[in-house]
Write a protein that binds this ligand. Sequence first.
Ligand SMILES: [Cu+2]
Length: 139
Amino acid sequence: MRTFIIAALILAAVPLAAQERTPSPAGAEVYIISPKDGAKVHNPVRVQFGLKGMGIAPAGVKFENTGHHHLLIDTEAPAELSAPLPATDKIVHFGKGQTETTLTLKPGKHTLQLLLGDMNHVPHAPPVISKKITITVVE
Ligand SMILES: [Cu+2]
């Protein structure tokens, strides 16, 4: 019994999968250059990514004050930002260092937001995240 208690205390002292988040420099800012918030657009929708105060590096490349873009389409940023961002149809990674993309979206309203991730797809601390914009795709 005593051995069990000691083992439990040791386990409790080890942080569970603590991941060091990459710091972002003060003043770093990510934003959507186009389309503009509230724009009415046609398919295909060209989305251009803007970044101030940091640089772009492909996923897997460690270089200070850099990251790669993730486009959040019709979704919120994950509440837990200390884990790698999943790759889904709503969280699109640009791990080659791309600064724009072309989307084909259903007609209607859509939200777009950019979130920078580090070499391991983990958002920086503090996170570098854009304003969320709403666009309307018209046929
Ligand atoms: Cu990524």
